[in-house]
Design a protein around this ligand. Structure first.
Ligand code: UDX
Length: 449
């Protein structure tokens, strides 16, 4: 099918690239003309494993193209995927102005009926508003816009893998025939008939993805409810960590044993600096706000958010306790991205920590495999190093803020010899306290002795 993707960010670009790789003709557009120029020049504006490879292959086969002219993009597709940002307002409510703006452009530019697919994460009932808006903005003309919600379940860092190997594809529609159009779009993925960049060919036989058809409201709720539950698990693990510190227990052992119960599961029970990124923080806020508008007080999500915000204070308490005076101290920050395997620093806990330490007069050196360029724009006063060991040279303390493999594999015996003081404050519980202390380090982490 011919597909238009509006918004070339983490979701839109991965969606466009993977649908092209699955055999569709895709035209991508974005309000950011520099990004379109970069894509047209063969550039890859975001870091996602396998993305560069499939963009190059789709470009070579002519399956994907980019235009800054949204009208051309709208007219070219039978289906239009809306993948624009829905950032939180100060109130926590999702800002849907970009979605409304796109709806007006679709109504103004489309010259035939279209399937309009809402992929951005939005509060429930947005799709119904979108449907109403499309009718209102194209008053009375013959075109028929079919609207569907098709939430993304892509984790940054594994987005291409997640797109090609979904647990479930959820479509929310107003009538069943629209669902069949989406089933057609996803058929290559449902039947695993595509060249998988992750498996370099055919994927190993695995559990088939479930293609779930529901209403628009339910599809939108599934997304918010899923993400918020994952965030809740993380905050639950963080309160267990606080308990372990006071009682004298080990949060890694407690959460591991909890997770052996399949009803709980081991994932998303990692204590530490908590969740960041452009999904969890805003989805939790938007879900709390949506619930309040219909008279439901989502107290446990408010607690989830409060516990998560406290992680920064807890981490700074550990730093102050260990360093006493922060001003003038040389501190090495290992990890800036909100999580490993991404360059994304939006709502990154590391940046909250960095900002507080700079305000207190610390001298910061930092390293991150992918997020230095983005962070340097915000904090030019930090000295950045590609080599994490250089970051540690003469440091009075090392902070671990992101769970990158390169940090997990650090040779701390070598690192310790470079540091002015062998002090590590580990925000992601990457290391064994026993091993670090055997190497002569003062070592602090979350939820462990
Ligand atoms: C999330 C959801 O996982 C994904 O399904 C959804 O489509 C988009 O939002 P993402 O935000 O990319 O994906 O990252 P994720 O891997 O979920 O981690 C979010 C944050 O939680 C990161 O800051 C990570 O460091 C933190 N985290 C994760 C923990 O603190 N503890 C954990 O156990 C897991």
């Amino acid at each position: 099918m011919r597909i238009s993707v509006i918004g070339c960010g983490y979701v839109g670009l991965v969606t466009g690239a993977c649908l092209a790789e699955a055999g569709h003709e895709v035209v991508c557009t974005d309000i950011n003309t520099e990004r379109i120029a970069q894509l047209n020049a063969g550039g890859v504006p975001i870091y996602e494993e396998h993305l560069g490879e499939i963009l190059a292959s789709a470009r070579k086969s002519g399956k994907i193209s980019y235009t800054a002219n949204i009208g051309d993009a709208i007219r070219s597709g039978d289906a239009i995927f809306i993948c624009v940002g829905t950032p939180p307002k100060d109130s926590g409510e999702a800002d849907l102005s970009a979605i409304d703006h796109v709806a007006r452009q679709i109504a103004a530019e489309a010259q035939s009926s279209k399937l309009v697919v809402e992929k951005s994460t939005v509060p429930a009932r947005t799709g119904l508003e979108l449907s109403r808006a499309l009718k209102a903005y194209s008053r009375g003309d013959a075109r028929k816009f079919r609207v569907a919600s098709n939430p993304e379940f892509l984790r940054e860092g594994t987005a291409v893998y997640d797109f090609f190997h979904p647990d479930r594809i959820v479509v929310g529609v107003e009538d069943v025939s629209t669902a069949e159009e989406l089933r057609e779009i996803y058929r290559p993925i449902l039947e695993r008939k595509f060249h998988c960049p992750v498996h370099q060919g055919a994927c190993p036989p695995a559990a088939k993805a479930e293609f779930l058809v529901t209403t628009i409201n339910s599809a939108e709720l599934i997304k918010h409810a899923s993400n918020s539950f994952l965030a809740l698990k993380i905050s639950y693990a963080n309160v267990i960590a606080d308990l372990c510190e006071r009682i004298g227990a080990d949060v890694e052992e407690v959460t591991h044993a909890m997770g052996l119960d399949p009803r709980i599961g081991t994932q998303f029970l990692k204590a530490g600096l908590g969740f960041g990124g452009f999904c969890f923080p805003k989805d939790v806020q938007a879900f709390i706000h949506l619930s309040a508008t219909v008279g439901v007080d989502f107290e446990i999500l408010k607690a989830t958010e409060r516990v998560n915000k406290q992680r920064i204070e807890r981490f700074l308490e550990k730093i102050h306790k260990a360093l006493w005076v922060v001003k003038g101290k040389r501190i090495a920050v290992l990890g800036l991205a909100f999580k490993a395997n991404t360059d994304d620093i939006r709502f990154a806990p590391a940046l909250d920590v960095v900002k507080k330490l700079l305000d207190e007069g610390a001298v910061l050196h930092a390293s991150d495999p992918e997020a230095i360029a983005g962070t340097r724009k915000l904090f030019p006063q930090i000295e950045y190093h590609d080599d994490p060991y250089e970051t540690l040279r003469n440091a009075d303390a090392a902070l671990v803020c992101t769970e990158w493999d390169i940090f997990k594999k650090m040779d701390w015996d070598r690192a310790g010899k470079l540091m002015a003081r062998k002090l590590v404050i580990d925000g992601r519980n990457l290391y064994s306290p026993k091993h670090m202390r055997e190497l002569g380090f003062e070592y602090y982490s979350f939820g462990r002795e």
